[in-house]
Ligand binder design. Structure first.
Ligand code: HEM
Length: 171
């Protein structure tokens, strides 16, 4: 399937986001992702990630997750990644299909992004429990695989891991 957020292949990556060039392309889970949280039944999922650019000082992204057995579409996120010039400070601007909009900020160290919620808003009729905080680590491993770990706090549970998944590059 063609990348739904495909950038212009002929356009050079903007130098402002050059340190994040290792993200670019399409990634697919390498084995099932593992989901858990104290209040839910552990589950497995698959996920495709798309990172692209159009020459702006921005990386565009889209994450689409599915139930590992039924292939039913589940969680979806999309947004933009920016870097503060002359620093290793990174910001993700994210919309989630659950009705959450979020700004995560953090630092890029080598090929590892460590991000935490800075701002979070939700639709007025968002399902409970309400997420209060998200911490996310995205890293390119020495074996070329991408790894993502997401922890969250809700109004009922303290910060606890929700997701762990490894991806292989498709393009
Ligand atoms: C940052 C991203 C995510 C956030 C903030 C988030 C948030 C949540 C919350 C608040 C719950 C309810 C927990 C509870 O009842 O105590 C939940 C449950 C769940 N999440 Fe996530 N989630 C995220 C990503 C994902 C992804 C990528 C998947 C992959 C399929 C997923 C699958 C599930 C499933 C299957 C449940 C249990 C059933 C349900 O409540 O729908 N989540 N998530």
């Amino acid at each position: 399937m063609a990348c739904p957020v495909a950038g212009a292949a002929s356009v050079e990556l903007n130098p402002a986001v050059q340190p994040l060039n290792w993200l670019l392309g399409t990634w697919e889970n390498d084995g099932p992702g593992e989901g858990s949280f104290p209040s839910i039944k552990p589950f497995h999922y698959t996920e495709k990630l798309y990172f692209s650019h159009v020459g702006q000082p921005v990386i565009n992204f889209m994450f689409n997750a599915f139930h590992a057995d039924s292939n039913k579409p589940l969680h979806r996120e999309c947004g933009f990644i920016r870097m503060q010039p002359e620093t290793n400070r990174v910001a993700l601007i994210i919309a989630q299909n659950s009705g959450l909009v979020e700004i995560e900020e953090g630092e890029l160290t080598g090929n590892q992004l460590n991000l935490q919620t800075q701002k979070l808003e939700r639709i007025s009729f968002a399902k409970e429990p309400h997420v209060q905080q998200i911490c996310r680590v995205i890293q390119l491993r020495p074996d070329g695989k991408l790894e993502q770990t997401v922890s969250m706090a809700t109004d009922k549970q303290p910060l606890t891991q929700h997701l762990h998944i490894t991806y292989r590059r498709l393009s």
